[in-house]
Design a protein around this ligand. Structure first.
Ligand code: BGP
Length: 486
C-alpha cells in the first residue's frame, strides 16, 4: 500500500461495544433484568431480522429469568467483559486506542428504574472501568441508552410511552454525570434513536401488543418524543455539570440509493433518506421538521407535548452528530426487483456491491457519501461510532486470518480520509465490536466483528479465551501511523 496522508492530529481512533452485548453478568452485584436480557435467540438468521427475533411474550420473558437452558437463551449474554475488562482494556491499549465507546447498563445502576437509591456496586463497576481506561490514556465515550432499559419499566409503563420514564432516565443519567464528571467528557444519549420503529422493545421497552388497537404507531411516536425530551434534558444537565463535556446524538445512517433514475424510485429514496434524518434533525435543530409534522397530522398521530417541551428541545441541542454505518441500501418501487429477504430496511439488492454473509451490502463510498451529507446538513463535528464487518471467523492453529476485515476497514478508512480532505470535520472512528461480542440483531456469537477473537459459541459454550486476529496487528499499525500506513 502506498503511504496516504495521515488523519488530523488528535483523531480519536478506537473501538465500540455495548454493555448488554459484552458484559454478561446480567444478574450479578445487584443488576436488575433489562429488556436486552429477555431477548430470545433465533437460529440461522441470514440477515438482521429483528421481527422474528423480538417475538416476545410473557412466557419468553419468564423463561429467560427462570434460566430455561434451551438453545434459545445463550447461557451467557456477552463475553464476561464484566470480569475481564482489565485484560480487554490492556489489549485495546496494546492496539493504541485513543477512545473506547461503551454503554452504562441502566439496570445495573437502577435495577427497577425507580429504586429509592442507585446500586452502589453498579456505580463502582463503571468508575473502576473508566479509571482503568484513563490509566491507559483511553478516553471513554459513553452511551447512556443502548438497549439496557430496566425490564420493570417496560412491564409497568410499556416503556417510553409513559412520561414517567423520562424522569427515571433523567435521574439515571444525572447520577452518572455526577459520579463520572472527572472521568468522562464524551457522552451519547440514545443509541440509534431512529431504530425505535424497527425494534420498539429493545430500544424503548415498548411492546406493540400492549398498545390499544390501531395505536401502536401513536405509542411509538409518543415514546420517541419522550426520548427527544429526555435527551435534551440530560444534555442541559451535562453541560451545566461537566464543563467542556460534549454530548452527541446517535443515528443509524441508512444511506439509500434509488435502484433506477425512474422518478418514482428517486422520490421513494428521498423520502426514506429524509425520514432517516428526522431523528438527528430534532436533536441538532431542536425542532420537528415541518414535513414530518405534516406527515404525522396526515396519519392522525397526535404527540402529547408538555408546555415547555418545545423550549427544552430548542435550548438543549447536541454538540456533535455520531452515527453507525455498515452498508448502503437501495430502494425500488418496481414489483419485479428482488428485495433482500427478512428485513425491510435493507431494501433491494444493489448489483454493484458485494454483501456480507448476513446480506449487508458492503459500500465504502457510501460512508463518504454519508459523511458529506451529514456535514452539509448539520455543520457539526461528526463521529463514526459504529462500522465493521460481521463474519464467521475461523481459528486455524490458534490464528485467525481475517484479511477480509482488513480490506473492509482499509476501504472505509480511505473514504473517511477522502471526506476529511474535502472539508468534513470528523472527530474519530470507533469500529463496532472491536472484540467479538453478541450480535444485537441475531444474538449470535458467530457473527464476529472483533480484532480480538473470543472462544465462545452461539449457545454460550467456550473458554472465553481471547485471541489476536491478523487485523489486531493491522489496526495497531494504522493507529500508530495515524492512518498513514494502511
Ligand atoms: C447496531 C447496534 C449495535 C450492533 C450493530 C451490529 O444496530 O447499535 O449494538 O449490534 O448494530 O448489528 P448486529 O450486532 O446485529 O450484527
Amino acid at each position: 500500500m502506498e503511504k496516504s496522508l495521515p488523519f488530523p492530529q488528535g483523531f480519536l481512533w478506537g473501538g465500540a461495544i455495548a454493555a448488554n452485548q459484552a458484559e454478561g453478568a446480567w444478574n450479578v452485584d445487584g443488576k436488575g433484568p433489562s429488556v436486552a436480557d429477555a431477548i430470545t435467540w433465533k437460529p440461522n438468521l441470514s440477515v438482521k431480522d429483528y421481527s422474528g427475533h423480538m417475538a416476545l411474550t410473557d412466557e419468553n420473558i419468564r423463561d429467560a429469568f427462570e434460566g430455561k437452558n434451551d438453545a434459545r437463551y445463550p447461557k451467557r449474554r456477552g463475553i464476561d467483559f464484566y470480569h475481564h475488562y482489565k485484560d480487554d482494556i490492556a489489549l485495546f491499549a496494546e492496539m493504541g486506542y485513543k477512545v473506547l465507546r461503551v454503554s452504562i447498563a441502566w439496570s445495573r445502576i437502577f435495577p427497577t428504574g425507580e429504586d429509592s437509591a442507585p446500586n452502589e456496586a453498579g456505580l463502582q463497576f463503571y468508575e473502576d472501568m473508566f479509571r482503568e481506561l484513563r490509566r491507559h490514556n483511553i478516553e471513554p465515550l459513553v452511551t447512556l441508552s443502548h438497549y439496557e432499559m430496566p425490564l420493570a419499566l417496560s412491564e409497568k409503563y410499556n416503556g417510553w410511552v409513559h412520561r414517567n420514564v423520562v424522569d427515571a432516565f433523567v435521574r439515571f443519567s444525572n447520577v452518572c454525570f455526577d459520579r463520572y464528571k472527572e472521568l468522562v467528557r464524551y457522552w451519547l444519549t440514545f443509541n440509534e434513536i431512529d431504530s425505535i420503529h424497527r425494534h420498539p422493545f429493545t430500544t424503548a421497552g415498548i411492546r406493540e401488543e400492549k398498545s390499544a388497537p390501531g395505536k401502536a404507531q401513536q405509542d411509538i411516536y409518543q415514546g420517541l418524543h419522550h426520548q427527544f425530551v429526555a435527551s435534551a434534558l440530560v444534555t442541559r444537565y451535562c453541560h451545566a455539570k461537566i464543563p467542556g463535556s460534549q454530548v452527541g446524538c446517535m443515528l443509524t445512517k441508512l444511506t439509500t440509493y434509488p435502484h433506477s433514475c425512474r422518478p418514482e424510485d428517486v422520490e421513494a429514496t428521498l423520502k426514506k433518506n429524509l425520514e432517516n434524518y428526522f431523528y438527528a434533525d430534532v436533536q441538532v435543530f431542536g425542532e420537528y421538521p415541518p414535513l414530518i409534522l405534516r406527515d404525522l397530522a396526515r396519519r392522525d398521530i397526535q404527540i402529547q407535548m408538555q408546555a415547555d417541551d418545545r423550549r427544552i428541545l430548542k435550548d438543549h441541542t447536541v454538540d456533535f452528530v455520531s452515527f453507525s454505518y455498515y452498508m448502503s441500501m437501495t430502494e425500488s418501487t418496481q414489483p419485479d426487483v428482488e428485495r433482500i429477504p427478512g428485513n425491510t430496511v435493507l431494501g433491494v439488492k444493489n448489483p454493484y456491491l458485494p454483501a456480507s454473509e448476513w446480506g449487508w451490502q458492503i459500500d465504502p463510498v457510501g460512508l463518504k457519501i454519508s459523511l458529506l451529507e451529514l456535514y452539509d446538513r448539520y455543520q457539526k463535528p461528526l463521529f463514526i461510532v459504529e462500522n465493521g464487518l460481521g463474519a464467521k471467523d475461523v481459528v486455524e492453529n490458534g490464528e485467525i486470518h481475517d484479511s477480509y476485515r482488513i480490506d473492509y476497514f482499509r476501504a472505509h478508512f480511505e473514504q473517511t480520509l477522502a471526506a476529511i480532505n474535502e472539508g468534513v470535520d470528523v472527530m474519530g472512528f470507533t469500529t463496532w465490536g472491536c472484540i467479538d461480542i453478541i450480535s444485537a440483531g441475531t444474538s449470535q456469537m458467530s457473527k464476529r466483528y472483533g480484532f480480538i477473537y473470543v472462544d465462545q459459541d452461539d449457545e454460550g459454550n467456550g473458554t472465553l479465551k481471547r485471541l489476536k486476529k491478523d487485523s489486531f496487528w493491522w489496526y495497531k499499525k494504522v493507529i500508530a501511523s495515524n492512518g498513514a500506513d494502511m
